[in-house]
Design a protein around this ligand. Structure first.
Ligand code: GLC
Length: 631
């Protein structure tokens, strides 16, 4: 069922309002509705008020300030030519103020209700802040763990991915777009982004129609069937044609075949980028190609703003073609009730965020998303009577790594860390801590100023060495050691692909040094992608994959380590033994020579090609017996 479907004969009251509004709008105003302008202070260009006052704006993004939303909305309503409200949009990917586990973790619960509830709470908080539209769910299938954005999706499988896509759309949008506790969802990035060559973010994608139809498109169709209001076209070239101006994707498949009648926004600067990608000589041709392909809204590049009027004047485009793109944008604004209620109560957010059920839901979702990978000798669950436990590792007390990648612009991390969660379970003084050496990207994250990486000064080699020895000494003095390792929040997500899947920095070296002491060691992983932890998998008795678990992550990890919650998560993506094995996934066609047959055993002669941990893997504390099974 698509929210926007109207019967062919009867024109709905909303559509009559839209037509009446269109009839009185100037061409310039119509073009204004096709523009999503940046609200970010750091962006060059005229102040937002100027554009809004002159021609209105379809939408604004990268602003996260409730008071400012109202100020700009007032300009749109009272000073722009037709008083059309602005749609304020932001990336609320896994929580606004209460942070939920990253989507790859939510998928590990294999429970769409967990994902739906998480996004419903995210929507309540985001809407209370004045945000109308989130750029989520991200539903790109990913089978290459080197690709950093694997963290934002639901893994390798189209069936699970489709279920999680539909659940998140329901969570964000609810079943009535006029409900003021919901936001518009946005199925992204259409399509095939997760198959970037070499797992390198933004690199070209080459997929056969069979791969598209069987693997990469189904979650997007599931989102349409769930009534998703908007789509976002992907950055990259799909089979040599940028998704931004890919008529086959945006018109033939999405609208003609699937009946989608919401609207499509480009990814950031996507329309202007067509020139850089060599698909348009200049902005004018870029705007023409994108609009002809069916792209409604230009995110932040101002290419539509700067060129569409000329294209209409020179006859390349007709006003009808402009109207066709504007119509669904106005329709959604009417359906959301924005004309009647354009402003937000600036006292609402704190009340909504304070609801206890939000943090409770975040803790439960984190428990449900964690995957127990190893538990030799039933080392877990641990006793709460332990009196001398060391918590070691660079992520043990990192709020950033606990909340994870793709945080809302301007959000200050406030997670309960694993160290705090473990301390809360044991008697005072029972827990010691040492971080060991820092871990950092070799190439800093370009979005660093959005506190996507913990902006600590780089550690000197001497300090790193001292930290290493301090961690060893701390572990030495303890009866049991909990190692908290993995990736920083800026090591997964956008612009965070990597060539290897090993534990970054000296983490494995530290792990081996602690293991050599011969005492019980538990490894807790905080990471946004599968990791090649072959040595740990063979030597560390207990391993818990906690992903990036959100605001209550530390409590949820401790709940599982100490048996207050039973781990039940299952992997939504396989863990390759080496990054070079990617892409790796379970649903492969058969071959004439079944893999691992007695004769061959492996497709590579230098390593097994089986995953370290397969898709669907996950242990629990529960033992199962099926007595007297009769055939
Ligand atoms: C980014 C991402 C996209 C995001 C958009 C707006 O570059 O590719 O997922 O929604 O820009 O922030």
């Amino acid at each position: 069922m698509n929210t926007m479907k109207t019967t062919d004969t009867a024109v709905s009251p909303t559509h009559m309002k839209v037509d009446a509004l269109l009839a009185k709008m100037s061409l310039e105003e119509k073009i204004g509705q096709l523009a999503q302008i940046s609200g970010a202070e750091f962006m060059p260009g005229p102040p937002a008020e100027e554009t809004v006052r002159k021609m209105g704006a379809g939408s604004m993004l990268w602003l996260n300030n409730t008071q400012r939303f109202n100020e700009l909305q007032k300009v749109a309503i009272e000073e722009s030519p037709s008083g059309i409200p602005i749609l304020f949009a932001l990336d609320v990917i896994h929580g606004y103020r209460t942070i939920f586990p990253v989507p790859l973790a939510l998928a590990s619960s294999w429970d769409p209700n967990v994902a739906e509830q998480a996004q419903a709470i995210a929507a309540k908080e985001a809407r209370a802040a004045g945000i109308h539209w989130t750029f989520g769910p991200m539903i790109d299938i990913a089978r290459d763990a080197r690709w950093g954005r694997i963290v934002e999706g639901a893994g390798e499988d189209p069936y699970l991915g489709s279920a999680m896509a539909a659940a998140q759309v329901r969570g964000f949008q609810g079943d009535d777009l006029a409900d003021p506790e919901h936001v518009l969802a946005c199925a992204k990035h259409f399509a095939g982004y997760g198959a970037a060559d070499g797992g390198r973010d933004y690199d070209p994608v080459f997929l056969s129609e069979a791969q598209l139809r069987n693997v990469y498109l189904p979650p997007f169709q599931a989102a349409v069937d769930a009534g998703v209001a908007t789509f976002m076209s992907a950055y990259m070239d799909l089979n040599n044609v940028p998704a931004t101006s890919n008529r086959w994707l945006l018109r033939d498949v999405l609208r003609e075949e699937w009946g989608f009648d919401g609207f499509i926004v480009s990814d950031a600067f996507g329309v202007g980028n067509l020139v850089i990608q060599g698909h348009a000589r200049d902005g004018q041709e870029a705007a023409l190609r994108a609009l002809k392909a069916g792209l409604n809204m230009d995110m932040a590049s101002s290419t539509y703003l700067g060129n569409l009027a000329n294209l209409v004047q020179d006859g390349s485009l007709t006003v009808d073609e402009i109207d066709e793109m504007v119509r669904p944008i106005l329709t959604l604004k009417f359906q959301m009730g924005l004309f009647e209620n354009p402003y937000v109560d600036e006292t609402l957010l704190d009340q909504v965020v304070a609801r206890p059920e939000h943090r409770q839901a975040a803790r439960l979702a984190a428990q449900r998303s964690m995957v127990l990978l190893r538990n030799e000798g039933n080392l877990l669950p641990l006793a709460k009577t332990l009196t001398n436990v060391a918590v070691i590792g660079p992520l043990a007390d990192s709020m950033q790594a606990t909340e994870g990648s793709w945080m809302v612009f301007g959000h200050q991390p406030a997670a309960v860390t694993v160290l705090q969660g473990v301390r809360a379970k044991l008697a005072d003084g029972a827990v010691s801590y040492a971080p060991g050496p820092d871990i950092n990207r070799d190439f800093p994250h370009p979005f660093g100023e959005f506190n996507l990486s913990e902006r600590k000064p780089l550690q000197s080699p001497e300090d790193a060495e001292a930290a290493f020895h301090m961690a060893v000494a701390t572990a030495q003095a303890a009866d049991l050691v909990i190692m908290v390792m993995g990736e920083n929040a800026d090591m997964a997500g956008e612009f965070a692909s990597r060539g290897s899947l090993n534990l970054p920095g000296r983490q494995e070296e530290l792990l081996k040094a602690v293991h050599a002491m011969g005492k019980p060691v538990v490894l807790v992983l905080l990471n946004g992608r599968p990791l090649s932890i072959s040595w740990a998998a063979a030597n560390i008795p207990a391993i818990l994959e906690a992903w990036e678990p959100g605001s209550e992550g530390g409590n949820a990890v401790a709940d599982i380590l100490f048996g207050d919650a039973n781990p039940g998560g299952k992997l939504p993506v396989c863990f390759p033994r080496h990054g070079s094995h990617a892409p790796l996934y379970y649903a492969r066609t058969l071959t004439h020579q079944p893999e691992h047959s007695p004769m061959y055993r492996s497709r590579y002669w230098d390593s097994p090609t089986t995953p370290l941990y397969p898709f669907g893997f996950g242990l629990s504390y529960t033992t199962f017996a099926i007595p007297d099974l009769q055939l």
